[in-house]
Design a binder for this molecule. Structure first.
Ligand SMILES: Nc1nc2c(ncn2[C@@H]2O[C@H](COP(=O)(O)OP(=O)(O)O)[C@@H](O)[C@H]2O)c(=O)[nH]1
Ligand SMILES: [Mg+2]
Length: 398
C-alpha cells in the first residue's frame, strides 16, 4: 500500500463522517487507507465503525483501552501498525485539509525527502484557524525557541510543531521515540537525522468539538525539549546530586541528636534512596512507567541495587584508602561517578524496561471488508516484523 492516513482521535465523533468523506475523495486513485488511533471515552469508535461500513476506502480502527503517551503515543502506535510506503499524520477535527494529502505524497516522491511537513509558515500557509491571538503567539514563540535549541536537526522545517506531516515509513526508527505530549513531529525530527521537505498548510478552524490542548501540553513540551536536549541522564544526575546533599544533611542532623554516625549513615542512605525513587518516578521515568513492571517491583529493584551499590562503594572506599596512598575524597569522587553510571544504566535498562504490563482486549479492532483483505495480502517488512511491545498490540489482523 502507498499511504496510511493516521488520525489520532480523542472524542471526535461529530467530525469522523466528514473527515472520511473528504479523505476518500482526496486520495482517489491512490492505494490508501485511513487508520484511526482512538483514545476516546465517547462514542467515536462506534461512529468510526459505522462510517467505515459505508465507504470503499479501507478504514481501520485501533482503539486503545489503556492509552499511553496521549496524542504522541497514539501516533507511535499507528506507525507501528502500518507498513505502507508513506504514513501521513493528520488531526481528526478537519483543521488539516484532507485535500492537502496528495500534495504531501507528491512532494515526498518528487524530492526523495524522508519527511514532508505541512507548514503554516511557508508561502501559501496560514494559521488563521488557531483560536485566539495568545495561542498564536505561544505557537510562534515555541517554534522559535525550539528551532534555536535544535538548529541543525530542525533546519529543514519552518513548522516543527505541525501535526500534519508525511513520513517515509522505511526511514523512521519508531522504537527510539518517546511518547508524550502533542509534539510528535518534533520528537521524530530531533531524534534522527532526516531530510525534510515542506508544503503549505492552511490551518482551518475546528469543524466540531473542542480542543484537547491545554496548559499540561505546554508543560509537556518544556519537558520534552529538556529531555531531547539534555537527555534523561541529566535529570537523573540532578536528583542524584540533590540526594547526596540530603544524605549529608541527615547524617549531620541525626548526630546532633546523639545518633551514632554509622546508624545515622544507614538512616540517611535509606531516606535518600526513598527520596530519589519518588523523584525519579515522578520526573525522570514518568513516561516509561506504564509499560514497565509494577511500582512495588520497581521499588524493590531500586532499593536492592542502590543499597548494594552504596555498601560496595563504602567497602571499596575503605579498601582503596587503606591499601593505597590516594586521598579518600578523590577515591570517593571516582566511586560515586562509577556508581552513578551503573545506577542510571540499571534504572533505565532494567527497572523501567518495557515489559508490557497491561494487556488490552482484542475486541476493539475493526476493519472494513476491504481493509481486512488488504491486511491479509500485506507483506510485513523486516523493519516492522518485531513483536508488539507496550500495552497495545498491533492492529495487523489478517
Ligand atoms: N488518540 C488520541 N488523540 C488525541 C489525544 N489528544 C488529542 N488527540 C487528537 O489529536 C488531534 C489534535 O488535537 P486537538 O485537541 O485538536 O489540538 P489542537 O488542534 O492543538 O487544538 C485531534 O484529532 C484530537 O482528537 C489523545 O490523548 N489521544
Ligand atoms: Mg485541533
Amino acid at each position: 500500500m502507498d499511504l496510511t492516513v493516521i488520525v489520532p482521535t480523542f472524542n471526535e465523533a461529530p467530525n469522523v463522517a466528514e473527515l472520511v468523506r473528504r479523505v476518500e475523495k482526496a486520495v482517489e486513485g491512490i492505494d490508501a487507507e485511513i487508520l484511526f488511533v482512538d483514545d476516546s471515552n465517547d462514542n467515536t469508535p462506534d461512529v468510526v465503525r459505522e462510517v467505515a461500513s459505508r465507504h470503499v476506502l479501507p478504514v481501520r480502527l485501533l482503539h486503545r483501552d489503556n492509552p499511553v503517551g496521549g496524542l504522541s503515543g497514539a501516533v507511535i502506535e499507528g506507525l507501528r501498525s502500518t507498513t505502507s510506503r508513506w504514513s501521513i499524520v493528520m488531526d481528526g477535527d478537519l483543521q488539516h485539509r484532507p485535500e492537502t494529502l496528495p500534495a504531501i505524497l507528491a512532494k515526498g516522491d518528487a524530492t526523495g525527502a524522508d519527511v514532508v511537513v505541512a507548514s503554516r509558515h511557508v508561502d501559501g500557509g496560514s494559521s488563521d484557524g488557531l483560536s485566539g491571538g495568545v495561542r498564536r503567539l505561544v505557537s510562534q514563540t515555541s517554534i522559535k525557541v525550539t528551532k534555536a535549541l535544535f538548529p541543525s536537526r530542525l533546519h529543514g522545517t519552518s513548522d516543527p510543531m505541525s501535526g500534519f506531516f508525511g513520513l517515509r515509513r522505511g526511514s523512521i526508527e519508531v522504537d527510539g521515540l518517546h511518547a508524550r505530549g502533542f509534539k510528535i513531529l518534533l520528537e521524530i525530527l530531533a531524534r534522527q537525522s532526516l531530510s525534510v521537505a515542506e508544503v503549505p498548510l492552511v490551518f482551518e478552524a475546528r469543524l466540531a468539538g473542542t480542543s484537547k490542548a491545554d496548559m499540561k501540553q505546554g508543560i509537556a513540551l518544556g519537558r520534552q525539549l529538556f529531555d531531547l536536549k539534555f537527555g534523561r541522564i541529566s535529570g537523573f544526575a540532578a536528583i542524584g546530586a540533590l540526594g547526596a546533599v540530603a544524605n549529608l544533611a541527615i547524617l549531620y542532623g541525626l548526630q546532633q541528636f546523639g545518633v551514632g554516625y554509622l546508624a545515622a549513615a544507614c538512616i540517611a542512605a535509606v531516606a535518600t534512596i526513598i527520596g530519589n525513587f519518588l523523584l525519579q518516578e515522578r520526573f525522570i521515568f514518568n513516561d516509561l512507567k506504564a509499560g514497565a513492571r509494577t511500582v512495588w517491583k520497581r521499588w524493590w529493584h531500586t532499593f536492592a541495587f542502590n543499597g548494594t551499590e552504596s555498601a560496595v562503594r563504602t567497602f571499596l572506599l575503605w579498601l582503596i584508602v587503606e591499601t593505597t596512598s590516594l586521598h579518600s575524597v578523590l577515591v570517593q569522587a571516582g566511586l560515586i561517578a562509577i556508581g552513578f553510571t551503573l545506577r542510571y544504566l540499571y534504572q533505565s535498562r532494567i527497572v523501567y524496561k518495557n515489559v508490557g504490563t497491561s494487556e488490552p482486549t482484542l475486541d476493539d479492532i475493526v476493519e472494513s471488508e476491504t481493509a481486512a483483505h488488504e491486511a491479509a495480502t500485506h507483506d510485513i517488512s523486516a523493519h516492522d516484523a518485531h513483536p508488539a511491545t507496550g500495552p497495545v498490540r498491533q492492529a495487523e489482523v489478517a
